[in-house]
Design a protein around this ligand. Structure first.
Ligand code: SF4
Length: 351
C-alpha cells in the first residue's frame, strides 16, 4: 500500500500549466515564464507539494517558476561548482580528497526553482547504468582515500526499492568502511516515499546517513514529520541542509522556527547554504552581508545545537567553505575575495 501511494503521487506530477492550475491560479509573473520559456529547468511538482504550494507562498516560490528565472546574470553559470572539471567518471564528482558524489539519477519528486544542478536535473537522462556503477565501484576500490560516497542527482529516492537497494548494496560490498550519504529532498517533497520497508533495508546497509533539504517550517507537515520519525526510529542519522532563499526564508524568525522544529524531530541543522551562482537563480540570492547578519542574530535566538554552519560553495570549483570572516581576505570592486583551505583565492560577487 505504502509503495503504491508514493509511486502514484509521482506519476500524477504536474508538468504543464493546465495540470498546475488545478492547485494554483498563476499570477502574471508565473504566467510570463510559461509564455516565454523554451529551455531550462522544466516544471515538475507532485500533487502533495502542489497542494502545499496552494496554501503557502514560501512553498509556492520554491516550485512554481517565475519570469525572474529567465534572467541570466554575468556571474552565473550552468556549472557553478565546476563539477564537470572534477569528474573523473561521467557520473561521479571527485572534488574533495576523502569523498565523491555520485549522480544517480536526474529525476526528482519536484523541480526546485533554485536548483544549482539544474543543467543536469530533469534532462531525461537514464539512471546510473550497471556499467557506470561498476566503474565507480572499481574507482572506490583503488582510491582508498575516499571515505564517503554522497549519493545525489536528482534525487536517488525516486528510484524503486529494487534498483535503489541493489545500487547501495554494490557500494557497500565494495568497501565496508565507506560512509554512504543519501542527499535527498524526498522527506520534504514526497514524504510518502519513506516507507517502513525502505527504512528497514537502509538500516541493514549502515553506516548510512540521510541529508535532507527543508527550507521553510511550512514543509514540516504531518506527513514529513512522520517520514523523519520513521528514519529516526530506524536508527538512520538525519541532518538537514537549508538553502538561504530571498523572499522565502531570509528572516531570523522563519529560520529560528525551522531549525528548532527540525531539532525536535531529531534532525540536526547542518548547513545553511548561500545560493550558488546557477543560471536563472539571482532572484533567490540574499547578499552575504545579510547572511552574516542573520547568523549573528540567530545565534542570540537559538541554541548552538540548532545552529547550522553558514557556508558557500565557491564559484569555479573552489569547494565548500564556512562563511566565517577568517576566510575573507578583502572586498574588491568585483566582490568578496576569499581564500579557501588550500590557499587559493576566489571571488564571490557582491550583487
Ligand atoms: S530535489 Fe535537489 S536535485 Fe532535485 S530539483 Fe530540488 S534541489 Fe535540484
Amino acid at each position: 500500500m505504502y509503495e503504491d501511494n508514493w509511486k502514484k503521487l509521482l506519476s500524477q506530477s504536474c508538468t504543464t500549466v493546465s495540470e498546475l492550475s488545478e492547485y494554483i491560479t498563476l499570477n502574471r509573473e508565473e504566467q510570463e515564464w510559461f509564455d516565454t520559456v523554451e529551455t531550462g529547468l522544466s516544471l515538475l511538482v507532485n500533487p502533495y507539494f502542489a497542494e502545499l504550494a496552494g496554501t503557502s507562498e514560501a512553498i509556492r516560490r520554491q516550485c512554481v517558476p517565475r519570469a525572474a528565472e529567465l534572467l541570466r546574470t554575468e556571474v552565473e553559470s550552468d556549472d557553478p561548482l565546476a563539477e564537470d572539471a572534477n569528474s573523473p567518471l561521467p557520473r561521479m564528482v571527485h572534488r574533495y580528497k576523502n569523498r565523491v558524489a555520485v549522480l544517480v539519477t536526474d529525476h526528482c519528486a519536484m523541480h526546485c526553482r533554485h536548483c544549482f544542478r539544474r543543467s543536469f536535473t530533469g534532462q531525461g537522462r537514464k539512471p546510473l547504468s550497471r556499467q557506470e556503477r561498476d566503474e565507480i565501484c572499481f574507482y572506490l576500490k583503488e582510491h582508498t582515500e575516499v571515505k564517503e560516497v554522497l549519493l545525489t542527482g536528482g534525487d536517488l529516492l525516486t528510484l524503486s526499492d529494487g534498483p535503489l537497494l541493489e545500487l547501495l548494496k554494490a557500494f557497500r560490498d565494495v568497501r565496508e568502511d565507506l560512509l554512504l550519504r543519501l542527499a535527498t529532498r524526498i522527506p520534504s517533497s514526497l514524504p510518502q516515499r519513506i516507507t517502513p520497508y525502505l527504512v528497514q533495508e537502509l538500516g541493514k546497509l549502515g553506516p548510512v546517513w540521510v541529508i535532507t533539504q527543508f527550507n521553510h517550517p511550512h514543509e514540516l507537515t504531518r506527513e514529513s514529520r512522520g517520514a523523519l520519525n520513521l528514519l529516526r526510529k530506524g536508527g538512520l542519522p538525519v541532518m538537514n541542509q537549508t538553502v538561504l532563499l530571498k523572499g522565502i526564508n531570509d528572516r531570523e524568525d522563519v529560520l529560528a522556527e525551522l531549525f528548532q522544529s527540525l531539532l525536535v524531530q531529531g534532525v540536526k541543522p547542518y548547513y545553511l547554504f548561500q545560493g550558488d551562482l546557477a543560471a536563472g537563480t539571482s532572484h533567490f540570492r540574499t547578499n552575504l552581508e545579510r547572511g552574516w547578519e542573520i547568523m549573528k542574530n540567530l545565534r542570540r535566538e537559538i541554541s548552538g545545537l540548532a545552529m547550522p554552519v553558514y557556508a558557500v560553495d565557491l564559484p569555479g570549483g573552489g569547494g565548500k567553505i564556512p562563511l566565517s570572516e577568517s576566510y575573507l581576505v578583502e572586498k574588491k570592486e568585483a566582490g568578496f575575495c576569499f581564500q579557501n583551505p588550500e590557499g587559493h583565492s576566489f571571488i564571490y560577487p557582491d550583487e
